[in-house]
Design a protein around this ligand. Structure first.
Ligand SMILES: [Zn+2]
Ligand SMILES: [Zn+2]
Length: 301
């Protein structure tokens, strides 16, 4: 059956919709496929949340990503169910790699069984990072079932230790917790590679992370109209410490903010970074792709 079965013929149906209905319809619409920018890696995405819960669905998302030049992605867990999805996806499709851990808002879930299972997953060669872990003080205030800050700090320390034991990069989530997060890391001692996913700090925090040797991963937020401060951070990040990510299905880059995000949308953000840093799109893609492959240990493809 055609997708349009039952719908009024032609484009004239829009005229009958209110302006509000048109805006609502547009929000559900995926952004157009960007001009391809080869060599890119999506350093942080959530394939299951994008609808990738079967080998076919994952392949479809990755085929579309590949059309935009995005040959590899790291799909990231935020709870135990999601961690199992992530590892499965990485085994279904050779273009997909996984990161496993408990998002700070789910820190209460780290019981003995979860520790054992995460440790086993961390040893899987398709798992290339530990996370997302870290601190989220936004949801402790705005949600009833978010782990308390003290619990989050303990669970974050456990993930830091797991990253060290497994020799894999630590993938950090930070929301409104800059100082505590950097203090916990300093107290525990850094693993070899620390990635600040969806970097959201000001220039001072950016500089501190850079000085500590961390990688700053920029999401669609760096393209938002009011994100001048983030763009300042992206400007001062050294070539070998910058990454790009979608955090899909969230944080769709400007001018598609609010519409569904997927790994194929990465070139929009990569091109914005090229403009911010005053290099060509191709040079920027080369820098971003090379860094992702180096830190996650991915083959060139
Ligand atoms: Zn996050
Ligand atoms: Zn995420």
């Amino acid at each position: 059956m055609s997708e349009n079965a039952g719908a009024p013929a032609g484009g004239r149906s829009d005229e009958k919709l209110s302006a509000k209905q048109i805006r609502k319809r547009k929000r559900r619409e995926p952004p157009p496929l960007p001009e391809p920018l080869p060599g890119l890696v999506d350093a942080h995405t959530h394939l299951a949340a994008c609808g990738g819960r079967s080998p076919e669905a994952v392949a479809e998302i990755m085929d579309r990503a590949q059309q935009a030049g995005v040959g590899q992605v790291v799909t990231v867990a935020d709870d135990m169910v999601d961690a199992r999805w992530a590892v499965e996806a990485a085994h279904w499709d050779s273009r997909v790699y996984a990161a496993v851990g408990l998002h700070p808002t789910h820190a209460d879930d780290l019981d003995e069984a979860a520790r054992t299972e995460l440790e086993a997953m961390a040893a899987d060669p398709r798992v290339v990072a530990i996370g997302e872990t870290g601190l989220d003080y936004y949801w402790t205030v705005h949600s009833d079932d978010c782990a308390e800050p003290a619990v989050q700090r303990g669970v974050f320390a456990w993930h830091i230790d797991l990253a060290k034991r497994s020799g894999k990069p630590l993938m950090i989530h930070n929301r409104e917790a800059d100082r505590d997060l950097l203090d916990v890391l300093a107290a525990e001692g850094d693993p070899e590679t620390v990635i600040m996913h969806c970097f959201s700090g000001d220039v001072d925090i950016a500089r501190e992370c850079i000085d500590r040797g961390y990688l700053l991963s920029f999401a669609g937020t760096v393209t938002f109209v009011n994100a001048e401060q983030l763009r300042d951070g992206a400007r001062i990040t050294p070539d070998d410490q910058i990454l790009v990510e979608t955090d899909a299905p969230f944080l769709t880059p400007h001018p598609y903010r609010g519409q569904p995000n997927q790994p194929y949308c990465i070139p929009y953000t990569a091109r914005a970074l090229a403009q911010i840093r005053g290099v060509s799109d191709q040079q920027m893609a080369q820098i971003l792709g090379t860094n992702a492959r180096r830190v996650y240990g991915l083959p060139l493809r």
